[in-house]
Design a protein around this ligand. Structure first.
Ligand code: BG6
Length: 306
């Protein structure tokens, strides 16, 4: 089976490639759900066929809060302003976390709440390939006075493959940060181990202290919020039952976040047990690894998840 379905949630809009809220993709390799807001992939289920029995097993590679998704759909239906959806892979740009000089500006930038354009859809033997773009306009200019074009190419095949291009289309240089704020699903947070960050320096955002990752694997027994710098960019998340692999190019930072019990209670868009169900491992270029993009130049970043 191979299909793309475009859905316009608000009944007053007509579903078409340029006027959709949510799209669903299915092909022989995977099923995926993507919103036009943020060009955000919310769900990616890989189909794994057993060579002996032909039985297809489904491996879910992303977690999404059902409550947050429902709030988003309800806001769309009622023409209310939508919020960032907590789940899948929101893209943080052009800054990560709170804005450094103006606390009123949106946390993690504006790219995750803007409507992107779907500029091409292709299907090949490798699966579906989509390209989304976001350019500066009157809205982004309210937050950030730079001329830019983001191009996010998304291949939904045997693996999920994202390539982000950040282009400076203006005539002055700019600095920016970005993060693929990926939410990965877990069977049990207590059994989770993340490989790939040993020996790397990190800022603990809870204490504001800097440390070096001594243990080969990161494990969780409390709220964790760390920014790692100068990383190699390849990781494995094990949770006792399954392993998720993440391979990146040109992503020099990583953020590891789990809100644990109390912070989860303060989040309005997840259920009280959500801390046991996801970990964020964000592939990024932030803080000391922030980007400097010269006028007329561009830079490219990629991430493969399987
Ligand atoms: C993480 C940050 O990337 O995102 C955390 O390191 C933050 O500090 C978390 O709490 C969630 O952010 P938000 O804006 O999506 O609630």
């Amino acid at each position: 089976m191979s299909a793309i379905t475009f859905k316009a949630v608000n009944p007053s809009t007509v579903a078409s490639q340029q006027n959709f809220d949510v799209m669903e993709i299915e092909n022989e390799f995977c099923r995926a759900v993507i919103t036009r807001q943020g060009a955000q992939i919310l769900s990616f289920e890989r189909k794994i066929k057993s060579a002996e029995t032909d039985v297809v097993d489904v491996k879910s590679l992303l977690w999404c809060s059902e409550l947050s998704l429902q709030q988003f759909l309800d806001d769309l239906k009622s023409d209310r302003k939508t919020k960032a959806i907590r789940g899948g892979i929101p893209l943080c740009f052009p800054w990560f976390g709170g804005h450094l000089t103006d606390a009123k500006l949106p946390s993690h930038g504006f790219a995750r709440t803007q409507l992107w354009d779907l500029t091409s859809v292709d299907q090949s033997a490798q699966g579906h390939q989509l390209v989304f773009t976001l350019q500066n306009d009157a809205i982004t200019d309210l937050f950030w006075h730079h001329q830019f074009r983001l191009t996010l190419s998304m291949t939904c095949g045997e693996h999920l493959h994202l390539v982000l291009g950040i282009e400076n289309v203006g005539d002055t240089d700019f600095d920016c940060e970005f993060a693929w704020h990926s939410y990965f699903p877990l069977n049990a947070i207590e059994s989770v181990k993340i490989d790939g960050l040993q020996g790397k320096k990190f800022l603990d955002q809870l204490t504001n202290e800097t440390y070096v990752q001594e243990h080969a694997q990161i494990q969780f027994d409390q709220e964790t919020d760390r920014i790692y710098q100068d990383v190699a960019g390849n990781y494995q998340i094990h949770d006792g039952l399954q392993q998720i692999d993440i391979q990146t190019k040109n992503c020099k930072s990583a953020i590891v976040w789990n809100p644990w019990i109390k912070k989860t209670q303060r989040l309005e868009d997840v259920d009280a047990q959500a801390w046991q169900k996801f970990v964020c491992l964000e592939c990024a270029n932030v803080r000391e690894n922030r980007l400097h993009i010269k006028a007329g130049q561009s830079d490219q970043f990629s991430m493969v998840i399987f």
